[in-house]
Design a protein around this ligand. Structure first.
Ligand SMILES: Nc1ncnc2c1ncn2[C@@H]1O[C@H](COP(=O)(O)OP(=O)(O)OP(=O)(O)O)[C@@H](O)[C@H]1O
Ligand SMILES: [Mg+2]
Length: 252
């Protein structure tokens, strides 16, 4: 099962991804967790010790050079579009229980997107992880699906778009669906997050009636507390644990 998580900034992508990852781990699955959001801290949300100290792969300059044949950030040089990456998930991931976590990091973007050694390496890595590895993969992305190329998208089982009660998150969901459609990714499910009651739920269902919902995660002060305290949301909210367990059961 390969799951990619996207949605507007701040809707709860990292919170939701970390809950899924921990719940899958607790259910005995081997999980490969991919932090594909340059600003995110998925490791911290999972509850991995020393999360702040994890170097993103995009900043591993000698690795990028070794694998692609060119220095990161270089323009106009030849570099490999198909670098060796199959050893990286085991070599570079940080481990906790049955979870392996990789932090991809950000890429400096030029006008027409980045066509550079570091993006070549990250794309190849994501492709490998999604297409070849047999763990459950959960990828926490930004408000887009930048790391997914056409070949990778075909191997993604579900794109989960997190939405919250609000117009902008609804608009973003539509935009992400358009982008996904362009690369052939049509298996899309929504998760309604920060839902304060029946009115919020009805709002989301009304304005996103042409989407399918995997479920709804209630607004939960314990999740904010987890963020403030720097602990995993999974360890702070039994209610969120149970909700996400139900979602996982529906996915299988
Ligand atoms: N169900 C919820 N109830 C209350 N607060 C929540 C809920 N889900 C997430 N939050 C809070 O919303 C904030 C944003 O959550 P999170 O970081 O998971 O979002 P994100 O989509 O990953 O953000 P970004 O776009 O910055 O990566 C955090 O403070 C988090 O604690
Ligand atoms: Mg995030």
């Amino acid at each position: 099962m390969k799951i990619a998580v996207s949605g507007k900034g701040g809707v709860g992508k990292t919170t939701f991804s970390s809950l899924m990852i921990r719940a899958l781990d607790a259910a005995g699955k081997h999980v490969l967790a991919i932090d594909a959001d340059p600003d995110a801290n998925l490791a911290g949300a999972i509850g991995i010790n020393g999360a702040d100290g994890i170097t993103p792969i995009s900043e591993m300059k000698s690795l990028i050079f070794e694998r692609t044949g060119a220095q990161p950030g270089s323009i106009g040089q030849f570099f490999s579009l198909n670098p060796k990456v199959d050893d990286l998930p085991d070599a570079l991931s940080v481990k906790m229980n049955n979870i392996k976590m990789m932090r991809l990091g950000g890429i400096e973007k030029g006008g027409a997107g980045c066509f550079c050694p570091e993006s070549s390496l990250l794309k190849a890595l994501v492709r490998h992880v999604v297409v070849v590895r047999d763990e459950v993969v959960v990828m926490d992305m930004e408000a887009g699906i930048e790391h997914l190329g056409r070949g990778t998208a075909r191997a993604v089982d579900k794109l989960i778009i997190v939405v919250e009660p609000g117009r902008r998150s609804i608009d973003t969901a539509g935009h992400i669906r358009d982008l996904a459609g362009q690369i052939g990714l049509t298996e899309i499910l929504l998760v309604g997050n920060k839902v304060r009651g029946e009115k919020d739920r009805a709002f989301l269902e009304k304005h996103l009636s042409d989407f399918a919902f995997l479920g709804f995660l209630p607004y939960d002060a314990a999740l904010i507390e987890a963020d403030l305290e720097g602990v995993s949301p999974y360890d702070m909210s039994r209610a969120a644990q149970q909700t996400v367990q139900q979602m996982i059961a529906k996915l299988q």
